[in-house]
Design a protein around this ligand. Structure first.
Ligand SMILES: NC(=O)c1ccc[n+]([C@@H]2O[C@H](COP(=O)([O-])OP(=O)(O)OC[C@H]3O[C@@H](n4cnc5c(N)ncnc54)[C@H](OP(=O)(O)O)[C@@H]3O)[C@@H](O)[C@H]2O)c1
Length: 214
């Protein structure tokens, strides 16, 4: 069966940014407030990073539920993995996610600064310095016949879109303006030549955009 490359729950501002400027340990989303960008997802019962019981079970929950369905590997950019930039000073940093990362599959972190693989719980992080197509081939091989999720950030999703490797995207647009940062798009319509495009408004105030290849 075809192994898709899928984007899920990626959250952008009204002006198309997936994170703000000046990302740091204290401000992982830079000048953007992750509360503004990700509140819709964090409020749902099925949000994979959820630590307390409860949560909404409306439309937004249907989207967060799809995060792990038939996923066998994730690809992410190094800036999503952590706040360090440039050569690693040490290998102490093991991601934002603590002892129980929400991935439960191999994760391929794209970076020009390699370091050894390591495992936290049931997630193994591999560091890869290669073109998107080559990284996707590795992730597919590791995914054991299942699909591959492209986890962001925007720079990484952009690179895979430019290489025409993305099969489906789910992007949630929040009603905030960032003015700068890590950009996914100028406008969602720019993907319409290549993708079917459905738009659904949610009661939480976000607008879900779903794309699949024409
Ligand atoms: N809005 C959301 O839903 C969402 C989701 C995930 C993450 N985020 C946020 O987005 C931000 C990160 O996004 P971002 O766009 O700044 O960066 P990113 O896509 O996470 O990472 C970009 C980095 O990945 C490495 N890379 C990319 N392509 C590569 C290639 N072909 N070969 C080797 N390395 C490659 C480079 O790292 P090196 O410099 O190490 O080479 C590059 O600087 C963070 O603030 C994160 O919290 C938001």
């Amino acid at each position: 069966m075809e192994q898709l490359l899928r984007v899920h729950n990626f959250s952008v501002s009204r002006d198309g940014f997936g994170a703000g400027e000046n990302q740091s340990y204290e401000r992982p989303f830079g000048h953007a407030d992750p509360g503004d960008m990700m509140a819709w997802a964090g409020a749902t019962a099925s949000w994979p990073n959820r630590t307390d019981p409860g949560g909404s079970r409306g439309l937004d929950d249907y989207f967060t539920r799809d995060f792990s369905r038939n996923i066998g590997a994730e690809i992410m950019g190094r800036n999503k993995f952590g706040p360090q930039r440039g050569p690693w000073q040490d290998h102490e940093w093991r991601g934002w996610w603590g002892d129980q990362p929400p991935f439960h599959t191999p994760v391929f972190v794209m970076t020009h600064h390699l370091r050894p693989s390591f495992t936290v719980s049931d997630t193994t992080f591999h560091f890869v310095n290669d073109e998107p197509a080559a990284v996707l081939a590795q992730a597919r091989a590791a995914a054991d016949g299942r699909d591959v999720r492209l986890g962001g950030g925007a720079t990484t999703i952009r690179a895979f879109l430019d290489a025409d490797l993305v099969d489906t995207l789910h992007v949630a647009v929040s009603d905030v303006e960032l003015g700068g940062g890590s950009r996914l798009w100028e406008s969602p319509d720019e993907l319409d030549a290549r993708y079917h495009h459905e738009v659904v408004s949610s009661a939480s105030g976000v607008t879900h955009h779903l794309f699949w290849r024409r």
